[in-house]
Design a protein. Structure first.
Length: 300
């Protein structure tokens, strides 16, 4: 009997020591989101820019784990976000929160009262949830499945930007590209295309080729800022994106999730075809883009 009580006492002591001195968070908030992890990841990074943070939010080895340090008065609260996909259109988010300067006292108080730390933590996470829902309401991704990329001859300019600046690069270069082609009487062969050539998912940097499909001829303009290449037809996964082209990369993440769930090996560099001109305005949700992720074939 005494051994049993001693064992229970020892277990309780160990649990208390773990809770007070080892447990990495003071408080945890969990919620489900009606979208996929990539959209949550990118919304978190944009939302982070609106906060009083010590440094920009840090993504760890994958898009499912991010850490941010938010300043509240004289305190710095660490928020560690863990995103887990549940279905094609839902995710579970766990937020482990810690006050670096007052962690011990928070852990003592949290089980017995609703502290200001807990209230502030819930309010902050709820603010993000509202931002996320507002974003999710503004775009739509429809997975089509296996398809073939367009095989076009391509007049383009190489561009280096961040993901968020991708559409800005399009708007910057489209008038000059079209001006050169029109001046030289080059016929277009379809809507504008972006070919992603390098995507760093940790720092969200992009290299891409942006331009117009054209009909090739022997007198294409040279030394006027344009380069040319043949885009080969390739098997790919395809999605339709509706929304502002600033966030068409959300379809990349949706396709990557689809490929992972279905055991399909794909390249992470997307090809995007745009059917609307952002300079003309209109309702963003009516804008359309076709998004392709090339399938890696056995002989590659």
């Amino acid at each position: 009997m005494k051994k049993g009580f001693f064992g229970i006492f020892l277990l309780l002591v160990l649990l208390a020591l773990w809770y007070l001195f080892i447990k990495p968070s003071d408080y945890t908030v969990r919620f489900e989101a009606k979208t996929f992890p990539g959209a949550i990841n990118q919304t978190l990074k944009l939302w982070d820019r609106t906060l009083d943070t010590v440094e920009p939010i840090a993504q760890e080895n994958d898009l499912f784990h991010l850490t941010q340090n938010i300043r509240f008065g004289d305190s710095i609260h660490q928020y560690r976000w863990i995103i887990k996909p549940l279905t094609d259109s839902t995710s579970k988010v766990t937020v482990n929160i810690k006050d670096k300067e007052h962690s011990f006292w928070n852990k003592l108080k949290v089980p017995f009262s609703d502290t200001n730390f807990e209230k502030r933590s819930r309010k902050t996470v709820f603010d993000f949830m509202e931002n996320l829902q507002d974003h999710v309401d503004k775009f739509k991704v429809t997975i089509i499945g296996e398809a073939v990329t367009p095989g076009k001859y391509f007049a383009y300019v190489p561009v280096k930007v961040t993901q968020f600046q991708k559409a800005g690069g399009m708007m910057k270069y489209l008038p000059s590209i079209n001006s050169v082609l029109l001046k030289n009487k080059v016929s277009l062969n379809g809507p504008p295309i972006i070919e992603i050539t390098q995507w760093n998912q940790i720092n969200d940097s992009l290299y891409y080729n942006f331009g117009q499909p054209i009909f090739a001829n022997d007198s294409l303009p040279q030394n006027q800022g344009l380069e040319y290449k043949q885009l080969k037809k390739r098997p790919a996964l395809k999605a339709i994106y509706n929304g502002n082209y600033i966030t068409s990369d959300r379809a990349w993440y949706a396709l990557l999730d689809y490929a992972d769930k279905n055991g399909i090996a794909v390249e992470k560099n997307a090809l995007e075809v745009f059917f609307n001109n952002p300079n003309m305005g209109g309702n963003d949700i009516e804008w359309k883009a076709e998004i392709y992720l090339p399938i890696i074939e056995d002989n590659e």
